[in-house]
Design a binder for this molecule. Structure first.
Ligand code: PDD
Length: 295
């Protein structure tokens, strides 16, 4: 990974290949393999009041993704330095932000095989942008979902930038006036387009196990720890579409989604449209982030 060459203008929230640049000057080549082949990986980190939430867990997952697609190892010290520099450039009023990090196999004339060794450096992009927190009424009402067939590839556990199935599923949900789509594989619930899914049945929390068919969410992991700390029973065996419909409550977890209650699935209202365990876990998550809750 290139060293940081230029600290640039301190209003700039974009880093590209060793430089902090104004957004309009952040240019990617037409030969970038991320653009041509989705040949790259990414991470999204929630920034709460300039603190990078669970940075080490995100970096550990990034390293697994990088190794899985045979990119060169990343320099975590340099990435942390860049991240802190970008976050320090946020306005004081920008209290919550998202940090996006993408690494592609670099720029080379289009050819499916990897570029010859030494012919290109990975493209490294990072930006930080303010986010509007999910509103209190949305949390109180829960969000409506549809289900779709999970026709993604068998390496969903790698956080690659190849997200077209997720994009199409989200679009289908939005076309139907719904918030998001839930992927169903062989009758079992895997996850949503950019979040994991939990259900609560008779006080027990269920979420899909970490197989190759889900993205092992950092928020999922944190929520499991928070639930265990509360003494909530946890079951990590696959659960079916029918048990989702029959659940006492269901919710999404994700870096920007946090813990978000689900109100209905395919027009079927859940017993609790914004359940007590989801709200409790959202509060715990905010406490862990050192953040005033939205409830
Ligand atoms: N998405 N499942 C999928 C398919 C995801 O894309 C994500 C995250 C998650 C939740 O993972 P985490 O808790 O680590 O954010 C689950 C990010 C936020 C995105 O694509 O924007």
């Amino acid at each position: 990974m290139p060293a940081v060459k230029d600290l640039g203008d301190d209003t700039v929230h974009v880093y590209l290949n060793g430089k902090f640049v104004a957004e309009e000057n952040a240019m990617i080549s037409i030969d970038d393999r991320g653009f041509l082949f989705a040949d790259g990986v990414y991470e999204v980190v929630h920034v709460y009041g300039r603190t990078l939430f669970e940075w080490d867990l995100h970096m550990a997952r990034l390293q697994r993704s990088v190794a899985a697609v045979e990119l060169p190892p990343v320099d975590l010290v340099s990435l942390r330095h860049v991240a802190e520099e970008l976050v320090s450039r946020l306005d004081a009023s920008e209290s919550e932000a998202s940090l996006y990090l993408e690494i592609t196999r670099g720029t080379h004339r289009r050819s499916h095989g990897f570029p010859p060794a030494g012919s290109t450096e990975p493209t490294v992009l990072m930006w930080v942008r303010p986010v509007v927190p999910i509103s209190r009424p949305t949390i109180e009402d829960g969000v409506p979902m549809i289900s779709v067939a999970d026709d993604r590839w068998a390496k969903v556990w790698i956080k690659t930038i190849g997200l077209l199935p997720n994009v199409l599923a989200k679009h289908k949900a939005q076309q139907a006036g719904m918030f998001d789509a839930i992927f169903i594989r062989d009758g079992m619930v895997t996850e949503a387009t950019s979040a994991n899914i939990f259900i609560v049945e008779s006080g027990t929390l269920h979420t899909a196990p970490t197989t190759n068919y889900i993205l092992p969410g950092i928020t999922r992991q944190v929520v499991l720890e928070l639930a265990a700390a509360r003494g909530i029973a946890i079951d990590l065996t696959p659960f079916s579409y029918e048990s989702l419909l029959d659940a006492d409550e269901a919710f999404l977890t994700g870096t920007l989604t946090e813990v978000l209650p689900i109100s209905e699935v395919d027009g079927h209202r859940l017993r609790h449209t914004s359940g007590p365990i989801a709200r409790q876990l959202l509060e715990d998550l905010h406490r862990r982030a050192g953040w005033p809750g939205s409830l």
